[in-house]
Design a protein around this ligand. Structure first.
Ligand code: GLN
Length: 213
Protein backbone atom coordinates (compact mmCIF):
# COMPACT_ATOMS: atom_id res chain seq x y z
CA UNK A 1 0.00 0.00 0.00
CA UNK A 2 1.33 3.43 -0.81
CA UNK A 3 -1.40 5.45 0.83
CA UNK A 4 -3.32 5.94 -2.39
CA UNK A 5 -5.83 3.25 -1.58
CA UNK A 6 -9.13 2.94 -3.37
CA UNK A 7 -11.23 5.26 -1.22
CA UNK A 8 -10.75 8.20 -3.58
CA UNK A 9 -10.08 7.66 -7.29
CA UNK A 10 -6.74 8.96 -8.51
CA UNK A 11 -6.92 10.83 -11.80
CA UNK A 12 -3.72 10.55 -13.80
CA UNK A 13 -2.55 13.25 -16.19
CA UNK A 14 -0.33 12.02 -19.00
CA UNK A 15 2.75 14.17 -18.45
CA UNK A 16 5.10 13.25 -21.29
CA UNK A 17 4.57 16.44 -23.30
CA UNK A 18 2.06 19.21 -23.85
CA UNK A 19 -0.45 21.08 -21.70
CA UNK A 20 -0.59 18.68 -18.75
CA UNK A 21 0.11 21.14 -15.92
CA UNK A 22 -2.93 23.31 -16.62
CA UNK A 23 -5.13 20.23 -16.89
CA UNK A 24 -3.86 19.03 -13.56
CA UNK A 25 -4.62 22.33 -11.84
CA UNK A 26 -8.13 22.34 -13.35
CA UNK A 27 -8.70 18.83 -12.03
CA UNK A 28 -7.46 19.85 -8.57
CA UNK A 29 -9.79 22.88 -8.66
CA UNK A 30 -12.62 20.53 -9.57
CA UNK A 31 -11.80 18.47 -6.46
CA UNK A 32 -9.75 15.59 -7.89
CA UNK A 33 -6.75 13.78 -6.49
CA UNK A 34 -4.24 13.74 -9.35
CA UNK A 35 -0.99 12.10 -10.33
CA UNK A 36 1.32 12.92 -13.23
CA UNK A 37 1.89 9.83 -15.36
CA UNK A 38 5.26 9.20 -17.01
CA UNK A 39 5.86 5.50 -16.32
CA UNK A 40 3.85 2.27 -16.25
CA UNK A 41 4.06 2.34 -12.42
CA UNK A 42 2.50 5.82 -12.36
CA UNK A 43 -0.30 4.48 -14.54
CA UNK A 44 -0.94 1.50 -12.26
CA UNK A 45 -1.56 3.93 -9.44
CA UNK A 46 -4.31 5.76 -11.33
CA UNK A 47 -7.99 5.04 -11.85
CA UNK A 48 -8.48 7.34 -14.85
CA UNK A 49 -6.34 9.32 -17.26
CA UNK A 50 -6.45 12.74 -18.89
CA UNK A 51 -4.50 13.00 -22.14
CA UNK A 52 -3.66 16.65 -22.87
CA UNK A 53 -3.17 18.73 -25.95
CA UNK A 54 0.29 19.03 -27.40
CA UNK A 55 1.66 17.13 -30.36
CA UNK A 56 0.17 13.71 -30.96
CA UNK A 57 3.07 12.43 -33.06
CA UNK A 58 5.54 13.29 -30.28
CA UNK A 59 3.27 11.85 -27.61
CA UNK A 60 2.84 8.64 -29.59
CA UNK A 61 6.63 8.27 -29.79
CA UNK A 62 7.15 9.11 -26.11
CA UNK A 63 4.42 6.64 -25.08
CA UNK A 64 6.40 3.94 -26.85
CA UNK A 65 9.79 4.89 -25.45
CA UNK A 66 8.36 5.18 -21.92
CA UNK A 67 6.90 1.67 -22.25
CA UNK A 68 3.47 3.18 -21.63
CA UNK A 69 1.64 2.51 -24.88
CA UNK A 70 0.77 -1.15 -24.32
CA UNK A 71 -0.15 -0.93 -20.62
CA UNK A 72 -2.27 2.12 -21.35
CA UNK A 73 -3.99 0.37 -24.26
CA UNK A 74 -4.79 -2.53 -21.91
CA UNK A 75 -6.20 -0.25 -19.20
CA UNK A 76 -8.37 1.65 -21.67
CA UNK A 77 -9.62 -1.63 -23.17
CA UNK A 78 -10.46 -2.77 -19.63
CA UNK A 79 -12.70 0.27 -19.15
CA UNK A 80 -10.52 2.86 -17.44
CA UNK A 81 -12.08 6.32 -17.97
CA UNK A 82 -10.02 8.52 -20.29
CA UNK A 83 -10.43 12.15 -21.33
CA UNK A 84 -8.42 13.29 -24.36
CA UNK A 85 -8.24 16.88 -25.51
CA UNK A 86 -6.86 17.94 -28.88
CA UNK A 87 -3.73 15.79 -29.31
CA UNK A 88 -5.27 13.53 -26.64
CA UNK A 89 -8.37 13.18 -28.83
CA UNK A 90 -6.17 12.11 -31.74
CA UNK A 91 -4.46 9.50 -29.54
CA UNK A 92 -7.82 8.01 -28.51
CA UNK A 93 -9.40 7.93 -31.99
CA UNK A 94 -9.93 4.83 -34.12
CA UNK A 95 -8.89 6.59 -37.37
CA UNK A 96 -6.23 9.31 -37.64
CA UNK A 97 -6.11 11.14 -40.97
CA UNK A 98 -3.01 13.14 -41.97
CA UNK A 99 -1.08 11.46 -39.19
CA UNK A 100 2.54 10.42 -39.45
CA UNK A 101 2.84 6.87 -40.78
CA UNK A 102 4.40 5.65 -37.54
CA UNK A 103 1.90 7.45 -35.32
CA UNK A 104 -0.14 5.11 -33.10
CA UNK A 105 -3.55 5.61 -31.53
CA UNK A 106 -5.56 3.63 -28.99
CA UNK A 107 -8.70 3.15 -31.08
CA UNK A 108 -10.79 3.81 -27.98
CA UNK A 109 -13.52 5.94 -29.56
CA UNK A 110 -15.01 5.24 -32.97
CA UNK A 111 -14.29 8.51 -34.71
CA UNK A 112 -12.04 9.62 -37.57
CA UNK A 113 -10.08 12.81 -36.90
CA UNK A 114 -7.97 14.80 -39.29
CA UNK A 115 -4.88 16.33 -37.70
CA UNK A 116 -4.80 20.12 -38.15
CA UNK A 117 -8.10 19.67 -40.00
CA UNK A 118 -9.23 23.28 -39.57
CA UNK A 119 -6.47 24.49 -41.88
CA UNK A 120 -3.48 26.73 -41.47
CA UNK A 121 -5.28 30.05 -41.89
CA UNK A 122 -7.34 29.43 -38.79
CA UNK A 123 -5.10 27.11 -36.88
CA UNK A 124 -6.27 28.85 -33.70
CA UNK A 125 -9.74 30.22 -33.07
CA UNK A 126 -12.35 30.44 -30.35
CA UNK A 127 -16.10 29.99 -30.30
CA UNK A 128 -19.07 29.29 -28.08
CA UNK A 129 -20.51 25.81 -28.19
CA UNK A 130 -23.67 24.35 -26.67
CA UNK A 131 -23.14 21.36 -24.42
CA UNK A 132 -25.59 18.47 -24.61
CA UNK A 133 -27.87 18.44 -21.56
CA UNK A 134 -26.41 15.08 -20.48
CA UNK A 135 -23.19 16.94 -19.63
CA UNK A 136 -25.20 18.80 -16.97
CA UNK A 137 -23.28 21.40 -14.95
CA UNK A 138 -25.73 24.27 -15.37
CA UNK A 139 -25.72 26.56 -18.42
CA UNK A 140 -25.16 24.78 -21.71
CA UNK A 141 -22.92 27.41 -23.30
CA UNK A 142 -19.16 26.77 -23.19
CA UNK A 143 -16.33 28.90 -24.57
CA UNK A 144 -14.07 26.63 -26.61
CA UNK A 145 -10.46 27.40 -27.59
CA UNK A 146 -9.19 25.54 -30.66
CA UNK A 147 -5.43 25.37 -31.32
CA UNK A 148 -4.31 23.50 -34.45
CA UNK A 149 -7.29 21.37 -33.64
CA UNK A 150 -8.17 17.98 -35.06
CA UNK A 151 -11.38 17.93 -37.11
CA UNK A 152 -13.82 15.09 -36.63
CA UNK A 153 -14.77 13.64 -40.01
CA UNK A 154 -16.65 10.50 -39.00
CA UNK A 155 -18.56 9.46 -35.91
CA UNK A 156 -19.54 5.84 -35.29
CA UNK A 157 -22.99 4.68 -34.15
CA UNK A 158 -21.91 4.07 -30.57
CA UNK A 159 -20.50 7.57 -30.12
CA UNK A 160 -22.57 10.30 -28.46
CA UNK A 161 -21.84 13.79 -29.81
CA UNK A 162 -22.03 16.16 -26.82
CA UNK A 163 -21.25 19.42 -28.64
CA UNK A 164 -20.58 20.64 -32.16
CA UNK A 165 -19.08 23.78 -33.68
CA UNK A 166 -20.28 24.81 -37.13
CA UNK A 167 -22.01 21.43 -37.33
CA UNK A 168 -18.77 19.52 -36.77
CA UNK A 169 -18.62 17.39 -33.60
CA UNK A 170 -16.08 18.80 -31.10
CA UNK A 171 -17.00 16.94 -27.90
CA UNK A 172 -17.92 13.26 -27.90
CA UNK A 173 -18.21 10.25 -25.64
CA UNK A 174 -18.19 6.50 -26.08
CA UNK A 175 -18.52 4.54 -22.85
CA UNK A 176 -15.88 5.82 -20.42
CA UNK A 177 -13.97 7.73 -23.09
CA UNK A 178 -14.53 11.46 -23.62
CA UNK A 179 -12.76 13.52 -26.27
CA UNK A 180 -12.67 17.22 -27.13
CA UNK A 181 -11.02 18.82 -30.13
CA UNK A 182 -10.62 22.06 -28.15
CA UNK A 183 -8.76 22.98 -24.95
CA UNK A 184 -11.13 23.06 -21.94
CA UNK A 185 -8.13 23.64 -19.65
CA UNK A 186 -7.47 27.08 -21.16
CA UNK A 187 -10.49 28.88 -19.74
CA UNK A 188 -11.47 29.24 -16.09
CA UNK A 189 -14.46 26.96 -16.69
CA UNK A 190 -14.02 23.59 -14.95
CA UNK A 191 -17.36 22.10 -16.03
CA UNK A 192 -15.94 19.59 -18.48
CA UNK A 193 -13.37 18.44 -15.94
CA UNK A 194 -16.23 18.05 -13.44
CA UNK A 195 -18.17 16.07 -16.05
CA UNK A 196 -15.22 13.73 -16.51
CA UNK A 197 -14.83 13.41 -12.73
CA UNK A 198 -18.48 12.36 -12.49
CA UNK A 199 -17.74 9.54 -14.97
CA UNK A 200 -14.64 8.60 -12.95
CA UNK A 201 -16.62 8.56 -9.70
CA UNK A 202 -19.41 6.42 -11.16
CA UNK A 203 -16.87 3.99 -12.61
CA UNK A 204 -14.95 3.87 -9.35
CA UNK A 205 -18.10 3.11 -7.38
CA UNK A 206 -19.01 0.31 -9.79
CA UNK A 207 -15.56 -1.30 -10.00
CA UNK A 208 -12.57 -1.24 -7.75
CA UNK A 209 -10.08 -3.09 -9.83
CA UNK A 210 -7.03 -0.86 -9.58
CA UNK A 211 -3.97 -2.73 -8.39
CA UNK A 212 -2.86 -1.14 -5.16
CA UNK A 213 0.88 -1.06 -4.77
N1 GLN B 1 -2.10 19.35 -34.20
C1 GLN B 1 -1.66 18.72 -32.98
C2 GLN B 1 -1.39 17.24 -33.19
O1 GLN B 1 -1.44 16.75 -34.25
C3 GLN B 1 -2.66 18.89 -31.87
C4 GLN B 1 -2.70 20.32 -31.43
C5 GLN B 1 -3.05 20.50 -29.99
O2 GLN B 1 -3.08 19.55 -29.21
N2 GLN B 1 -3.23 21.73 -29.61
O3 GLN B 1 -1.14 16.55 -32.26
Amino acid sequence: MDGTDNVVPVVGVLALQGAFRVHESMLVQAGAVTRQVRTPLDLERCDALVMPGGESTTMSRLLDTAGLFDPLAARIAAGMPAFGTCAGMILLAVDVLDGRPDQRSFGAIDIAVRRNGYGRQIDSFEGDIQLDESVGQGSSSFHAVFIRAPKVERVGHDVAVLASFAEVPVLARQGQVVVASFHPELTADTRLHQYFLSIVAANHAATSTRTVI
